[in-house]
Design a protein around this ligand. Structure first.
Ligand SMILES: [Zn+2]
Length: 343
């Protein structure tokens, strides 16, 4: 059969390859459509994958053969490439954290031997049967090819908690950014703006329902000022993963708002953004305290539930000793526990 393989940096070729070999628990799918994703272009540009490399991981097709242990009725079913359900056995699964299942994660990143995460730029692909999702009737086949990036976008929307009346900014109007902008509306966002350097993408995101689109830079600040009542966006999605985008997002979001990191180009795998996204970590900032916090503290002390007496030293310091004590602390490091002054 024919397949497009990566032969090296900036080098992809259509070649004749052996048919995929059927193994137990897997199916052979005839590819009807495969999408060219940002990560495919990244792999082409970087040449990071060991050549010759299979690529293409967004696809829709029909099952043409089933491996041992699978029913024949699967043959002919229209399917898309997806991730399996959580395994139920790994450590995160055992701890009730199925959404962080190690087996699913390894399939997503292609580390599992049966993963076939890539290889959809070919006539047929072998894939673990747990990784295919049956396509319901009534979905256009070209639309179905976008279900993988749409699932990525929906996951980001879900993680963001975007809701009715929110002001949303989407940085990067590639496929994921366009889908996030469209889905933010479905989730109830009142205003959506996008930021992208390409004029054609800015036009497209507005066609899809965004209120405004801007080139990177300060262009958006006036719109944010007017639309966000001088506060900023409730939620900013960084779908670009580009250098500095996350820092810019923090200046666009309102105080107490949320920034959702979605995009990670492979070239910046060591960046803070990559580490955040790959581990799907939630970072929340905390600034000072509120009057409600003070009242909670006083209640806990009054009820003898918060114990602070070990955190200060019993020996009180007179006013006259303060200069010497502070001088000593500056030179020799701070004492264990707080020093209290009794003027
Ligand atoms: Zn698991």
């Amino acid at each position: 059969m024919r397949a497009v393989l990566l032969q090296g940096k900036m080098d992809a070729q259509l070649v004749e390859v052996p048919e995929p070999e059927l193994v137990a628990g897997s199916v052979i799918v005839e590819i009807d459509r495969s999408g060219i994703g940002g990560s495919d272009v990244e792999a082409f540009v970087s040449g990071d994958l060991p050549a010759p490399a299979w690529f293409g991981h967004e696809w829709v097709g029909r099952i043409v053969e089933v491996g041992a242990g699978l029913p024949d009725r699967f043959v002919g079913e229209p399917v898309i490439g997806a991730v399996p359900a959580p395994c139920g056995e790994c450590r995160p699964c055992q701890a009730g954290l199925g959404s962080h299942c190690i087996v699913v994660l390894e399939m997503i990143v292609g580390a599992d031997p049966l993963a076939s995460a890539h290889g959809a730029f070919a006539e047929r692909i072998r894939v673990d049967a747990r990784r295919v999702q049956r396509l319901p009737e009534g979905i256009d086949i070209n639309d179905a090819a976008l279900s993988e990036p749409a699932a990525v976008a929906i996951h980001a929307i879900e993680r963001s908690g975007v809701g009715i009346g929110d002001l949303v900014v989407v940085v990067g109007a590639g496929t994921i950014g366009l889908l996030v902008a469209e889905l933010a509306r479905i989730a109830g966002a009142a205003r959506v703006a996008a930021i992208d350097p390409e004029a054609a993408r800015r036009e497209l995101v507005c066609d899809l329902g965004a209120d405004a689109a801007f080139a990177p830079g300060d262009e958006i600040s006036g719109w944010l000022e007017r639309t966000g009542h001088g506060l900023g966006a409730d939620i900013v999605f960084d779908c670009s993963g580009s250098e500095g985008a996350l820092a810019a997002a923090i200046t666009q979001v309102r105080r107490g708002g949320s920034v959702i990191a979605v995009g990670v180009p492979s070239r910046t795998r060591d960046s803070l953004t990559s580490k955040l996204v790959e581990r799907e970590v939630t970072i929340r900032a905390s600034l000072g305290y509120s009057i409600a916090d003070v009242r909670r503290v006083l209640t806990l002390m009054a009820e003898d539930r918060l114990h602070v007496s070990r955190i200060y030293q019993d020996d009180l310091i007179g006013l006259s000793e303060v200069p010497a004590v502070i001088g000593h602390m500056a030179q020799h490091g701070r004492a264990a526990g707080k020093l209290l002054v009794a003027p």
